[in-house]
Design a protein around this ligand. Sequence first.
Ligand code: AHM
Ligand code: MG
Length: 331
Amino acid sequence: MEKTTLVQHIRKQERQTPLATGEFTELMTEIMVASKIISNAVNRAGIGEDIFGITGQTNVHGESVQKLDDFANCTFAKIIGQSGTVCAIASEEMEAPMIISAEENPGKYIFMMDPLDGSSNIDVNVSIGTIFSIYRKVSKGSEVTHEDLHQPASQQVAAGYVIYGPSTLFVYTSGEGVHGFTLDPSLGEFFLSHPDIKIPEQGSLYSINEGNTTIWSEKQKQLVSWLKGQEPGSPQNYRLRYVGTLVSDFHRTLLKGGIFMYPADEKSPKGKLRFSYEAAPMAFIVDQAGGDATDGLKRIMDSQPNDIHECTPLFIGSKKDIEISNKFLSE
Ligand code: AHM
Ligand code: MG
């Protein structure tokens, strides 16, 4: 059977886009190359160079930086930064965005990333991932402005994630549905394995860090209690799944349906996940797959950040499950 590669798929979409210059295809190709390098490093962790453990530094969020976090950040920043397709890169691991100067041949796109999501799972052989989001530069002139770096989530040109798990999977949308590609390690090539992913309208799985129950709001407690079948009239069929890597928890939710939640709590009054490179890209993907994402009150796709490292509560998943969470959280 003839299989479609990721590059063939992106080129095909490009041919259907009037006035396309090939710059987007070039950027996506470089993202794919960087993710193959990370995938290889993740698979070799423990047998290759010493890539486990911490660097001894802390990132902008005060979290300790793992060696693999640092490696993933440098790999993406170098490859994407030199691609001639972007004018700025924002990353969870970099306090200030990296601006590509006029001499360095900047392109028209802005690239945002969480280079290695799920850092706490690195050393225990649990799936980790990369999340990315792409915007167009919107301001006139050569400067990259605040407006360019803080656009509404609805302005994303593309978004995607890579899971480094039992297999390496590349999932993306450019506004024409959501498509997943599995890496064939023997060929070093991603092949289309999940065309046009649609999320079930309602699921029976919920995903949240229940260790935080005591610091949730009363509404949040009630919502989870309803999902657990403990409230009058609530169903008995929801089960809990929680990996602690957003990419993995989101991917399962996308394929099986249900709801993933990282609410605001007493410790993190604005939530823990970051708007620009965690919530917004996943919201674009779920939107394209027929699901929804909110911060508990407002749709993520209708929101925009004030800071590239801004946090947001996140409720994401099947349309009906998000309707239920909205009802509990707004009452
Ligand atoms: P990271 O990007 O530094 O790895 O942190 C984000 C991760 C998400 O992948 C995951 O959903 C969440 O943090 C888990 O947090 P917690 O350990 O509080 O449940
Ligand atoms: Mg993350």
